[in-house]
Write a protein that binds this ligand. Structure first.
Ligand SMILES: [Fe+2]
Length: 388
């Protein structure tokens, strides 16, 4: 996150003595990324953050691949994913490759008995249904419908839900998730043509400091395995921190669409970037205003990219037979385009209410066994003008 942020108390000069009221020292931790080259924060703990008491049995979390190589367009009925009580158990990977795991989750309960850290991947949680609080050792972020939560690798967190009705699209990214470089100046400030600006971010707030000792379970995902560690001190014992490495939120409803006289290409919807995929937000907007414009997209050959679309709300202009929570996958190698009727029907329309999240990956996605369970199986023939 290219904005400096700080919470709590810390010494004026880094790497100097910072003492508690009783005269003992706080424990400084540099929390960096990309060696010492990426964004980092300096944290001050009440206790040493290194006090491991016990390491329990590890659990293999590797996705089970059903189809590694394929060329079939898919439609998954996302809300058919069964809700589960636990947040981690509820997460079902759907489409994966070495760069990203994309999945769905319908957790019912807040995390209260353990803390979680993904040391492999930055996480993106898109909140489709539900409200609550992302609690982290760097502060809390309240969330609601439409929020993207970006949690850089290594952040210790808990999810607190207000009700049992929660639906989340998530991505684990093995590359850092940033905002698009073309919208930032050389200092990182978002430029005037960016579809969002710094004021739109939800930054961590209300730093909670727990000076507690005992037994605290931290589940750490590393190399696809979930490790079970017991720490002697509460993981949320930070009294203050500052820097650039921290979780943040951004509401899709704050994305200001870029429109034009004729159809604008998908990059105008781009919200986040990595070196291996992009995340785009399709938001309600006015349609193209050239007198002869066709608002629906042209057919396009995503010869290099797999395109995953997650439908959130509203009528999606170029699709038929799509509802909230559905996922379509248009794989690399074949063109796709608007469904029969939608191309013509879009002419003369002045606006769309569609709301969707798109993830385009530069390497093909493999389909998991979870995906097969909610696949409609016939989507690939849905462009036929005369279906038999
Ligand atoms: Fe497309």
């Amino acid at each position: 996150m290219p904005i400096y942020h700080k919470l709590g108390q810390f010494p004026q000069k880094r790497h100097t003595q910072f003492r508690k009221p009783d005269g003992n020292l706080y424990y400084e931790q540099l929390f960096g990324t990309i060696g010492f080259d990426g964004m980092s924060s300096l944290l001050y703990h009440v206790h040493r953050p290194t006090q491991v008491k016990e390491i329990g049995k590890a659990l293999d979390m590797s996705p089970k691949i059903a189809e590694a190589k394929h060329i079939k367009s898919r439609k998954l009925i996302g809300f058919n994913v069964e809700p589960k009580a636990d947040f981690l158990e509820s997460r079902e990977p759907m489409m994966v490759n070495n760069d990203i795991h994309i999945g769905l989750a319908a957790p019912k309960r807040s995390m209260t008995t353990y803390f979680y850290k993904n040391s492999d991947a930055d996480e993106m949680l898109f909140i489709h249904r539900g409200t609550g609080k992302l609690k982290t050792f760097l502060g809390n972020i309240p969330f609601e419908y439409g929020d993207y939560l970006i949690i850089p690798r290594g952040m210790i967190y808990q999810m607190e839900f207000d009700t049992e009705d929660n639906r989340i699209l998530y991505a684990e990214s093995f590359h850092p998730i940033y905002t698009p470089k073309r919208y930032r100046n050389w200092f990182g400030q978002l430029l005037e043509h960016s579809p969002f600006c710094e004021r739109d971010y939800k930054l961590p707030q209300d730093l909670e400091t727990h000076d507690e000792t005992g037994e605290f379970i931290l589940k750490i995902k590393k190399q696809g395995v979930l490790h079970h560690l017991v720490y002697a001190t509460h993981p949320f014992d930070v009294v203050g921190w500052d820097g650039y490495n921290y979780p943040y939120g951004f509401s899709i409803h704050n994305f200001e669409p870029i429109t034009g006289r004729v159809h604008q290409p998908p990059p105008v919807h781009q919200t986040f970037e990595t070196s291996a995929f992009v995340i785009c937000s399709f938001c309600p907007r006015l349609y193209d205003y050239h007198p002869k414009s066709i608002p629906a997209p042209y057919n396009h050959s995503n010869i290099d990219s797999d395109e995953m679309l997650y439908y959130v709300d509203g009528d999606f202009m170029s699709r038929t037979g799509i509802g909230p929570g559905y996922i379509s996958l248009h794989p690399a190698g074949i063109p796709h385009g608007p469904h029969p009727g939608t191309y013509e029907a879009s002419i003369g329309k002045t606006e769309t209410k569609e709301l969707a999240v798109m993830i385009d990956t530069f390497k093909p996605l493999q389909l998991t066994e979870n995906a097969m369970k909610i696949d409609d199986g016939k989507y690939y023939t849905s462009w036929l003008e005369n279906p038999s």
